[in-house]
Design a protein around this ligand. Structure first.
Ligand code: MN
Length: 430
């Protein structure tokens, strides 16, 4: 029996007050979609099977390099984080997995496994950290990790990744995501070619230790923490890495890790075409790697990314199985609320992309009817799929309005009584 931290009667009462209206909205939308030749239940069934992983670090309050303003009842350790993740999954039914970051979440793997299975959660990709110095770490990553000029530092970074694989193996993870902060702040500080060659050598050692059924995701990022050059800076370099390493290596696309206005959906299409799309870190941004909530700034871009994903899904692209994760920083909101809404936004983009009339789109493309082609996408994007998402939640035992139910349950207030307030100040993510 899966344990639930929000009392079942609160969710039941919450849904009872909204169910009639939802059924009417769902029926009405069903009629509209029927006229477009779409069966609403088929879309809902796909949405019910769609999941996006919660990053353990996302449930703590984030911050900037200027300051961090801790919220009430912040998780004290990975076990509190798993509890918070279980609330997100209970109410949204969209987040069945948790992605851990080592060493932040280091704990006895058996205990981790038990903590997750208590709530029916599983573990998604493992994340290594060689972008900051851990407490008992011998050598510093100040000047890089997997690409460091000193072989001993590179070795230490490789060993850390091997440890992440080992922990992941015990808790049932099937992938390792590697993001490094390596780069330079001054022209001439590093030799681009040599640094990348050292990185590739180190990654080959990590790749060699991957279990048979695992995947290795490398994540590119244009800038920050390095501000002049970054070793894994864009999707081109990322693709080279995946090619060099072998069939278990894939590219991870974090939506915030590109220059403003870059056509990310096109990058996604390219990676799919060449069988190297590993997965996503969803978030949104206005200026750079802002780590804002998914879909909060440019929901159309999120939809366009999903348009490519659904196209690949429906056309049966070979080996297509992208991992979905959120990766964002919640500086001014309750992280649980932000993560619930972000998971729903990702689902929304998926559901809307499923509504694209692909036959019509293809014929408009063939006829060079640019206007009608783009209107075909817009027609799907403009459709309010909320009744489909809410019905999927209701069917799964979640809440019709997850944030509403969460606030009614007073979860944050309750955990704040048990979890002492964090000391404020200090920048950086937790
Ligand atoms: Mn990321």
């Amino acid at each position: 029996m899966t344990e639930k931290l929000i009392a079942a009667d609160i969710v039941t009462a919450h849904n009872a007050a909204r169910e009639n209206n939802l059924r009417r909205d769902y029926e009405h939308l069903g009629e509209q979609l029927d006229r477009r030749g779409i069966r609403i239940d088929a879309i809902r069934e796909k949405v019910e099977k769609f999941g996006v992983a919660i990053p353990s670090w996302g449930v703590g309050t984030g911050g900037t390099r200027f300051a961090r303003f801790p919220g009430e009842g912040e998780p004290r350790d990975v076990f509190d984080k798993i509890e918070d993740c279980s609330v997100i999954q209970q109410l949204t039914r969209a987040t069945p997995t948790v992605s851990l970051h080592i060493p932040w979440d280091k704990a006895d793997p058996q205990r981790l496994k038990q903590a997750a299975s208590r709530f029916g959660l599983a573990f998604d990709a493992m994340n290594s950290n060689t972008f900051s110095d851990g407490k008992d770490q011998k050598l510093s990553y100040k000047f890089g990790s997997l690409s460091h000029a000193d072989a001993a530092v590179r070795r230490q970074a490789v060993e850390h990744n091997l440890e992440c694989i080992e922990i992941g193996r015990t808790i049932g993870s099937k992938a390792l995501t590697v993001w490094i902060g390596d780069g330079s702040n001054f022209p001439g500080q590093v030799n681009f070619t040599k640094a990348f060659e050292r990185y590739l050598d180190a990654m080959r050692d990590i790749y060699a230790a991957l279990p048979e059924d695992w995947r290795l995701f490398s994540e590119h990022k244009m800038y920050e923490p390095a501000f002049y050059s970054t070793v894994v800076q864009d999707w081109g370099t990322n693709y080279l890495i995946a090619q060099e390493l072998g069939p278990k290596a894939f590219c991870l696309v974090d939506l915030g890790h590109h220059a403003p206005n870059v056509n990310i959906e096109m990058i996604v299409a390219r990676l799919i075409q060449f069988g190297k799309l590993g997965g996503f870190h969803f978030n949104d941004s206005k200026y750079g790697d802002d780590d804002l909530d998914a879909g909060s700034i440019d929901p159309y871009r999120l939809f366009l990314v999903f348009n490519e994903l659904v196209d690949a899904e429906l056309s049966g692209a070979k080996g297509f199985d992208p991992a979905h994760m959120l990766d964002q920083s919640h500086n001014v909101t309750d992280p649980i609320e932000s993560l619930m809404l972000s998971a729903v936004e990702v689902q929304r983009a998926y559901a809307a992309a499923l509504l694209v009339d692909r036959k019509a789109l293809e014929s408009y493309q063939t006829e060079n009817d640019a206007l009608m082609a783009t209107q075909t996408l817009k027609a799907a994007f403009r459709t309010d799929v909320e009744p489909i998402l809410a019905m999927a939640r209701l069917n799964g035992g979640g809440a019709i309005d997850p944030v509403g139910a969460y606030r009614e349950a007073g979860y944050r207030r309750k955990v704040a009584e048990e979890r002492p307030a964090a000391v404020s100040g200090g920048g950086g993510i937790v």
